[in-house]
Design a binder for this molecule. Structure first.
Ligand SMILES: [Zn+2]
Length: 137
């Protein structure tokens, strides 16, 4: 009866797969909950943020990969508007979609100035490159 063990093996594989899907879904939900909050105001100006988006055209001279977790990028981009009558893009934020490291910049008035930094979360999809080097010593 070679059919029975094979069927049991398939059922075990199915169970493993289901457990893996459940774990991945939990991880995804955790990542979506942990997107860092954007500042609501800066320098006495209220900032209205547009939703996070993928940059439409990658900029060639910028390295797209995340230095923290090695995610190939591109980073997510959010634009912040100020002013009620003629809103201008005065702020922008860049965020790694994997480890959630985030930097917020003021871009008006120039020059581009970093105003907020959110460090990467541990447990992102890509392990930090430094851990193996340190533990192998
Ligand atoms: Zn990252």
């Amino acid at each position: 009866m070679p059919d029975l063990p094979a069927e049991a093996a398939i059922q075990a594989a199915d169970t493993d797969l289901l457990a893996e899907i459940t774990a991945l879904r939990a991880e995804l939900a955790a990542q979506q909950r942990t997107i860092p909050a954007l500042p609501a105001e800066h320098d006495m100006r209220r900032i209205t943020w547009r939703p996070w988006q993928q940059p439409p055209t990658p900029i060639a001279h910028i390295d797209l990969a995340c230095h923290q977790c090695g995610h190939p990028g591109p980073q997510m981009l959010a634009l912040g508007f100020v002013g009620s009558e003629k809103p201008i893009i005065a702020y922008q934020a860049n965020r790694c979609p994997s480890c959630q490291e985030m930097r917020v910049y003021r871009r008006d008035p120039a020059p581009l100035t970093e105003i907020a930094y959110h460090p990467p979360l541990s447990g992102g999809g890509f392990p930090p490159a430094t851990t193996t080097e340190e533990t192998n010593r």
